[in-house]
Design a protein around this ligand. Structure first.
Ligand code: LLP
Length: 387
């Protein structure tokens, strides 16, 4: 059953409801991003004294205005594909390569070559590229992504460490990597780990940093340790928010123990999730054998997270925000799949009707970037609002 309507402080789309409805009038499905919220989250990260450098994982949301906002807040960027790199440089052509990390997975040679040519920090997580394409790395620096042996996150599908994950070099293979780097004439400048996404217990980053720091001692050339992203977000606005103080304290503790390494972080979700909403229009309301379904003009094609991870996103009827909650209903999209459900047991107002605007909350991270054209539907539009 959906949560009651008690809240701490109004969310941006509640305070700015008229502008949000106006944006929806321009057509749905539409993502809307609130830049002041992005800035507020960015400043929390910027305020962590243990963090030497911060990068934004733009896979979470690559909207140009979001990228420009975070660049202005002092963030560098983490990219995972050549297309992300090119997009970044189209939006921010003057960005110094030192502010960019390239952390691909099973990239083809051409993508690694393109990143090396740009002079950005390139992360490798196996010896394969060094052994097969040593010419790309001769006389250059690389970053080593290590699998600390465990993963974490909100769902099994987003855990990126441990034996079953495709990411990261096993610690036992580090000597081989060091040898391959030496043979290729490359220098290992930093260590990296990203164990997963949607993590709430700060103790995990402490463990990761400690493991990487002890590996770094054996390697010798390490200048920085990147502990990845993964900071969790409370999708229910009434639940406890991510404990930023505990995160900062955990990082400060390990940084004090190994002050010789610069500490880098690369959050994605935390910076943008809450700043984004998906706006939809109600298409039909149908009762079938005792279950009420509210149809929307976007579903798993616009926002995959509920179908893919059983993720919970708040859904409200923005047109009737002040109406009392009604009988539980299922909110579904237009896609020809039974998994096309955005929310179950939602107490939308009983008067919810065709043409009403639905708002799906905390949709700024891994929303538009994961949208697809299944059933040949158009991709959702994207818009920003600012002060
Ligand atoms: N660094 C690396 C190397 C990553 O692979 C990721 C995310 C991040 C940083 C940023 O992680 P974040 O701070 O956003 O947790 N689609 C999933 C999330 C996949 C995350 C992939 N990697 C979801 O919607 O929950």
């Amino acid at each position: 059953i959906d949560r009651p309507d008690s809240r701490r402080a109004p969310l941006w789309w509640e305070s700015d409801r008229a502008r949000v409805l106006k944006a929806a009038a321009a057509g749905t499905p539409r993502y809307l991003y609130h830049l002041p919220t992005v800035r507020a989250r960015a400043r929390e990260i910027a305020g962590l004294s243990a963090v030497d450098r911060r990068f934004y994982a733009l896979k979470a949301n690559a909207h140009p205005a979001v990228l420009r906002t975070l660049e202005a807040e002092g963030f560098g960027f983490e990219c995972v594909s050549k297309a992300e790199l090119e997009h970044l440089y189209t939006v921010l052509p003057a960005l110094a390569p030192d502010r960019v990390l390239f952390t691909p997975s099973f990239a083809p040679r051409a993508e690694l070559a393109a990143a090396m040519a740009r002079g950005v920090h390139v992360t490798l997580d196996s010896t394969y590229p060094l052994a097969r394409w040593p010419e790309l790395f001769r006389g250059r620096e690389v970053v080593l992504r290590v699998d600390p042996g465990f993963g974490q996150g909100h769902h099994e599908k987003v855990r990126t460490g441990g034996k079953t994950a495709k990411f990261g070099l096993a610690e036992s293979a580090v000597p081989d990597f060091v040898a391959a780097a030496r043979a290729a004439g490359a220098r290992i400048a930093g260590l990296h780990a990203h164990i997963g996404s949607g993590i709430h217990d700060a103790g995990h980053w402490r463990t990761v940093y400690a493991q990487l720091a002890s590996l770094a001692e054996g390697i010798g050339s390490i200048g920085f340790i990147d502990v990845g992203g993964g900071l969790g977000v409370s999708y229910d606005p009434d639940a406890e928010p991510f404990d930023m103080a505990a995160y900062g304290a955990a990082l400060a503790e390990v940084k004090a123990a190994w002050p010789q390494y610069a500490l880098w972080v690369e959050p994605g979700r935390y910076l943008v999730a809450e700043a984004g909403a998906l706006l939809l229009t109600v298409t039909q309301a149908v009762d079938k054998q005792g279950l009420r379904r509210i149809g929307a003009d976007g579903g798993m094609n616009a926002l995959m997270r509920p179908a893919l991870y059983n993720a919970w996103h708040e859904i409200v009827n923005l047109t009737r925000l002040d109406d009392p909650p009604g009988e539980p209903a299922e909110v579904v999209g237009p896609v020809c799949e039974s998994s096309d459900v955005l929310g179950r047991q939602r107490r939308l107002p009983d008067a919810t009707a065709e043409g009403d605007v639905l708002l799906v909350g905390h949709a700024g991270a891994y929303g538009a970037v994961m949208a697809n054209r299944y059933n040949l539907r158009e991709l959702p539009q994207e818009d920003v609002i600012d002060d």
